[in-house]
Design a protein around this ligand. Structure first.
Ligand SMILES: [Zn+2]
Length: 459
């Protein structure tokens, strides 16, 4: 049987340890990859060798798993690593450090920085991204590189008056330039590029405290009218509660200092940031939030009811000096979880696996004792992230939302999924589970990354 004769199957990747995520770990497993960059089959190496006897085999010593999903990052801030390398004394202190370094002079530089961030991420086995784009010079980096993910076009500081007086039109023009079909959003603009391109972009109101309530509601409508997903920072610190519930506190002062005349300052919502966001934006499974640190049991229940996943960014929380997420509660309550690094402006690296040891330790500190912890964390860093972005693999077509049908699912090794893989030079010790080996020793261990079947090796 020739490779072409085997239904376009072009290569076999095998390893002593295979973690498909969708199915149990395999000893001596293999993945058959089609020429079109999708997975043809996953199974025991011996079986796949027999099925495809003439295929070239790429033998990896260590562990193969799906490419990782960084569900919350800002690749354009890669050059602000000096801010993220320091520890800050809370949100205000970090904002001051960030604002001092936010370069104003070189708008084209954001694209180059994002490309550097993408390269660092690929070297860490990350192949899918929830990337927040504030400056559109960084907008097309994922699409141009051919990696999976969504570039969420962020907006912040929008008050009702400014939105009506041109802000809305400018935002629709950004979406239109990205190739989203904004004709249905009542913007009066011509339809944009192909529908498939829409899947690459999303809508991101920065946070409930940085965009006026009517603007949040409008952005929710725009996203749904255009068939785009939503992503929002939510409850990154307790400061958000004072502002949203009572219109007071240090964050309210900061917002006023930044010159944002938000209605919340004079007319506070009287409810938690999560409830406020839900009332305005309408949370749902087409939206995921970043951080979710200051959420109580009622807020967490609300997010679960809405099917809204939380992207945990623990190293960023610690760098900034805010509280820590209620991880054990999230795990016990079976909240949909994913993992993000946030940007290098608040995290030490874009190596997503670097998030897992501190998350593991935090869950144990908070009293989570179940034996599934390693598998749950690894799921969050792969299939959980894919689900949060609407890019999960499932039979009959991946994901939800416009254009998702044209993108094979990610986050698992399974027939039909996109052939995105990470190889780690990690082997479980005697009696150790492969999930534990990856969670505890996966950081800096990536030696090769496969993107839609194309192999990149890191020397
Ligand atoms: Zn962020």
């Amino acid at each position: 049987m020739s490779a072409a004769g085997a239904g376009g199957v072009a290569a076999l990747h095998s390893a002593p340890h295979l973690l498909p995520i969708a199915t149990p770990p395999l000893r001596e497993g293999a993945v058959a990859v089609r020429a079109d960059g999708t997975i043809a089959a996953v199974g025991p190496r011996a079986e796949l060798r027999a099925a495809y006897p003439s295929l070239p085999e790429r033998r990896w010593e260590g562990t193969l798993l799906p490419g990782l999903v960084n569900a919350h990052t800002h690749l354009q801030y890669t050059d602000l690593a000096e801010v993220g390398a320091r520890e800050h004394d809370g949100f205000e202190a970090w904002c001051a450090a960030f604002d001092a370094r936010y370069p104003q002079a070189d708008p084209d530089g954001w694209g180059d920085a994002a490309r550097r961030g993408l390269e660092l991420s690929l070297r860490a086995g990350v192949t899918c991204f929830g990337d927040v784009v504030t400056d559109d010079a960084a907008r097309d980096v994922l699409r141009d590189a051919g990696v999976a993910g969504i570039a969420f076009l962020e907006t912040l500081g929008d008050d009702d008056a400014g939105w009506a007086a041109g802000g809305r039109d400018r935002y629709l023009a950004r979406l239109d330039a990205a190739g989203a079909n904004v004709a249905g959003a009542g913007g009066g603009l011509a339809a944009g590029g192909a529908g498939a391109a829409s899947a690459c972009f999303g809508v991101s109101p920065h946070a409930p405290y940085s965009v006026d309530g009517a603007v949040l509601a409008d952005l929710g409508r725009i996203a749904r009218d255009c068939g785009l997903r939503l992503h929002v920072h939510l409850a990154e610190s307790q400061l958000e509660h004072e502002l949203v519930e009572a219109g007071s506190g240090r964050l309210a002062q900061l917002v006023a200092e930044w010159g944002w005349s938000l209605a919340l300052l004079d007319d506070p919502a009287g409810v938690s940031p999560a409830r406020y966001l839900d009332a305005r934006l309408a949370l749902g499974p087409d939206c995921h939030v970043a951080h979710g640190v200051a959420l109580d049991a009622d807020d967490r229940a609300l997010l679960r009811e809405r099917g809204c996943a939380v992207a945990l960014c623990l190293r960023s929380n610690r760098t900034i000096g805010v509280e820590e997420p209620p991880l054990a509660a999230y795990l016990r309550e079976r909240s949909p979880l994913c993992v993000g690094t946030d940007s290098l402006a608040s995290a030490p690296s874009l190596d997503l696996l670097g998030e897992l040891p501190p998350l593991r330790a935090l869950a144990r500190e908070q009293g989570y004792r179940d034996g599934d912890l390693d598998a749950r964390l690894l799921h969050a860093a792969t299939a959980g992230g894919a689900a949060a972005l609407g890019l999960a693999h499932r039979l009959g077509g991946p994901g939800t939302g416009a254009g998702a049908r044209s993108i094979p699912g990610v986050g698992v090794l399974a027939s039909g999924a996109r052939a995105d893989l990470a190889h780690l030079a990690v082997r479980p010790l005697e009696g150790e589970s492969p999930e534990h080996a990856v969670v505890t020793r996966g950081v800096s261990a990536c030696t090769a990354t496969v993107v839609a079947g194309a192999v990149h090796t890191w020397g």
